[in-house]
Design a protein around this ligand. Structure first.
Ligand SMILES: O=P(O)(O)OC[C@H]1O[C@H](OP(=O)(O)OP(=O)(O)O)[C@H](O)[C@@H]1O
Length: 206
């Protein structure tokens, strides 16, 4: 296995298509897509193409910004080594044009890679917390909110965090492809897309 795994745009597109098909079959059409930026933006837009039925309104995409930083703290037992910094969160004002809240909705969270799982764990926990809080306030706790996940790649390695299935409310986790713990080179990071794509083709990631 090469030390870098090159991924082409075509490959990203195909992984999104397969992910959308599995999602529609197993969970059903989402009410909203939540893209974790920056890596989740392009996959989120592509997957929407395959989740939308002709003639129907577009599924709204909401962006959240989560970045991982090395945890410089002194390190207590429950620290997981890296800290998630929230740089952007949901815009409920904009969401209200589509529906009143996330309560009872079918939500799809999209990111490009599940590495240590720290980011996805954070996203699910925080979204669950937000929905629970507002549902309790409005007396709507009986409505089931489903949180599902789609990532292009899941690195097969020991994870630093586990996602609590109960918080997903029956939502599911979808992976384009399980991969070994190598450096994944995504096309949007490349400064020479032709050579990048050539490497991806050589590695069969097309
Ligand atoms: O499973 P984890 O160990 O949490 O890692 C995965 C996260 O790391 C990357 O984000 P990064 O903070 O590098 O920001 P970016 O998306 O803007 O590149 C990636 O986009 C995921 O969100």
């Amino acid at each position: 296995m090469a030390d870098k795994m090159y991924i082409s745009y075509n490959n990203v597109h195909k992984l999104c298509k397969a992910g959308a098909e599995a999602f529609l079959e197993q969970v059903g059409k989402p009410d909203v897509i939540i893209a974790i930026g920056g890596g989740g933006f392009i996959p989120a837009r592509i997957i929407r193409t395959f989740l939308r039925s002709p003639g129907e309104k577009n599924i709204p995409i909401q962006a959240i910004g989560l970045s991982l930083y090395e945890d410089m703290g002194t390190g207590t037992d429950d620290k997981i080594g890296k800290e998630v910094i929230r740089t952007q969160w949901l815009d409920f004002g904009a969401l209200s044009q589509h529906f009143d809240s996330l309560i009872g909705k079918n939500i799809l969270i999209v990111d490009e890679v599940d590495d240590t799982r720290t980011t996805l764990h954070y996203a699910v926990s925080e979204l669950y917390k937000d929905v629970k809080e507002i549902a309790e306030k409005l007396g709507r706790t009986s409505e089931k909110t489903r949180l599902s996940i789609f990532v292009l790649h899941n690195k097969l390695k020991e994870k630093r965090a586990q996602i609590d299935e109960d918080k997903m409310g029956g939502g599911k986790y979808f992976v384009g492809k399980d991969v070994p713990d190598v450096w994944i080179a995504y096309p949007w990071e490349s400064d020479d897309i032709d050579t990048h794509t050539q490497h991806a083709v050589e590695q069969g990631n097309i």
